[in-house]
Design a protein around this ligand. Sequence first.
Ligand SMILES: [Zn+2]
Ligand SMILES: [Zn+2]
Length: 428
Amino acid sequence: MSWHHRVWMYDRLNPTRGGIKPEFYDKVEDFIETISKLDVVKSEGKCRCPCVKCRCTNYKELNIIKMHLWEKGFMPNYWIWTEHGEIDDIGINQMGFNNCGEGGSGSGANVEECDMYDISWEDNSRRYHEMVFDSVGPEDPHVEAKNFFDLLEATQKPLWEGCVHSQLSIAVRMLCIKAEENQSQESFKQWATLIREIAPEGSAIPRDYYEAKKLVQNLGLKAIKIDCCSNNCMLYRKDDAALTSCKFCEAPRFKPISDGGCKSKRVPVRRMHYLPLIPRLRRLYASMSSAPHMTWHIKNQRDDGVMIHPSHGEAWKSFDRIHSDFALEPRNIRLGLCSNGFTPNIQFSKPYSCWPVIVIPYNLPPGMCMKDPYLFLTCLIPGPNNPKANIDVFLGPLIDELNELWNPGVLTYDIVEKKNFVLKAALM
Ligand SMILES: [Zn+2]
Ligand SMILES: [Zn+2]
């Protein structure tokens, strides 16, 4: 027998409006109906009351039991009604799937308790997952995720036996040094050659900047360059990708070709960088360092008026009420968006401001949510001027991705559950 259909037992109170959930009333009626068929009830008109106070030790009349359950709720760990004729053959009641008061979202008094028992929640959730695994088993990642994991595995082998570096770690380290020390590509190549000479023959150390970059690029998250009109009217993408002048102001897309210049490699007047969001969100579920934290918000709800995370705010809760389907999957991501002007080279006389657009997944716990690894730069709007009202032109690629994330969603591999699921995201 399973306990999943009994979740209502510990979901008595309405987290936001207060009072008892209508579903709880109905289910208690069903419970009373069920126990009314017991022999003991038929003969004596009474049976054990499973409320928090009586804990199946006191015999009460059915209408009293009903009142007790409405007022106090069920005693903890009474998933299987063993005192009312059911058999708990696999010991579910002893497993301690305690629902932490009222579904973890209970009234103020329960909140402290929830924080205290955070660890036991994790513990229970682990047991729950073990149970699910036993019945269904893990799933292979979908094609894209599988390619990523295969590639990661291949590049993470040590360069030679006993070496602390893998092909990936050395490539990343070398690129890092290049960027920090402003090394030229030629200098990079010479250092790489030197390292290759010292290392045992045949070790997979990148030969030059190009090789290192290519290796990391295959694993990493791509950035897209999109040409844009110099007057911020449009982006040259989708149907307009081939145009050579602006549809609205007719400004040319490319700089004029100088004498003897190459015709095939034309230089755009302006160009924005776009860092696609979907692969970054998927990556959150591909790593054990972030995936388990993505459902923090559902385990740490609170209603005591103290807000330590966006999920404790009214906006989040009202969103849950309006889009209950979305809220049912705790792994779905709520995003925040912000942008501000940024002057990269203030010491020069010519003013220049570019506009980074940053997207933040709010699912993460407060300690991770606002940390730089989880602040995703999506659009980098080029200067020299503030895009002002035309900022929405530059947000086009992001809007397309957000639409896809909202409906239909994207197939994502969850490394915690070892299963694929449809990930959706909403901008709050
Ligand atoms: Zn009672
Ligand atoms: Zn234009």
